[in-house]
Design a protein around this ligand. Structure first.
Ligand SMILES: [Zn+2]
Length: 260
């Protein structure tokens, strides 16, 4: 049994066959899926999906790409934060996410990204729920901002691609590392080293679907069933039977997100 800890089931690309996508996940042994919102509209959609599908849980939040949408004028919109709080309090909501910093695409101004991250970290602390963090080319700022949050904050660095420094910092803080499709790609030795050396009780598996399909499906639409390829590669790296790897990462996901 596997848990896909990071999907975007609300994505338009799943509109034609979402029921089949979820059914294929189940058939592949992926019983539980955590689907992540990226803005207010998609966070509403993710909580609706929890009601539609059993064992689908939601993270609600505003992605750094959409950070500007959290503002009204120069300030963070309290109305938007209030709606996030309401969504995060619904049954099936398991986390605040995905939130973070993305200095690669810079789709929102960096200042807005940092403020949106801080505000949503605060929300997670107040609600006592974990966070799903996105970090791209912003390691120093992420460590500084998340480092300022109370120690009670817990969460995952999703689709971990960072180097040693970020990994060590995250593990020191008790964060989990989400391992996604790139672990199956060639020339990912740095990532493989992190995945080999991290404590097993700090690793999660995920797809980030519909993006980042693993080998041998790279380039196609990704879906939760394909988390099996990620788990197989991670099992190989850890020199563990797939069953043991699946049991360990699923137990970690249950521990972090409190899901069934
Ligand atoms: Zn994502």
């Amino acid at each position: 049994m596997l848990i896909d800890t990071h999907a975007h089931l609300d994505a338009e690309r799943f509109a034609p066959d979402r029921d089949e996508v979820v059914a294929r996940a189940r058939a592949a042994g992926v019983q539980t899926i955590i689907t992540c919102g990226t803005d207010l509209v998609s966070s509403r959609a993710t909580t609706a999906l929890c009601e539609r599908y059993q064992d689908v849980y939601a993270a609600v939040g505003v992605h750094p790409h959409a950070a500007s949408s959290l503002f009204s004028g120069q300030a963070i919109s309290q109305e938007t934060l209030d709606e996030l709080i309401a969504l995060a309090s619904q049954s099936g909501a398991a986390a605040i996410g995905e939130i973070g910093l993305d200095y690669h695409y810079d789709l929102s101004p960096r200042e807005a990204q940092r403020d949106a991250l801080s505000a949503q970290l605060q929300l997670a602390v107040e609600l006592d729920v974990p966070v799903v963090l996105h970090c791209r080319e912003a390691d120093d700022d992420l460590m500084a901002i998340v480092g300022n949050a109370p120690r009670s904050l817990r969460g995952v660095l999703h689709c971990f691609m960072g180097g040693d420094t970020l990994a060590r910092w995250a593990l020191d803080r008790g964060f989990y590392l989400g391992i996604a499709g790139p672990i199956t790609f060639k020339r990912m030795n740095g990532l493989a080293d992190v995945a080999r050396l991290a404590p097993l009780n700090r690793l999660l598996v995920e797809t980030d679907c519909p993006y980042l399909a693993p080998q041998p499906l790279r380039g196609r639409r990704n879906e939760p069933a394909y988390v099996v390829y990620v788990a197989e590669r991670l099992a190989q790296i850890r020199a563990l039977p797939l069953d043991a790897l699946a049991a360990a990462t699923s137990a970690n996901a249950r521990e972090l997100f409190g899901v069934g």
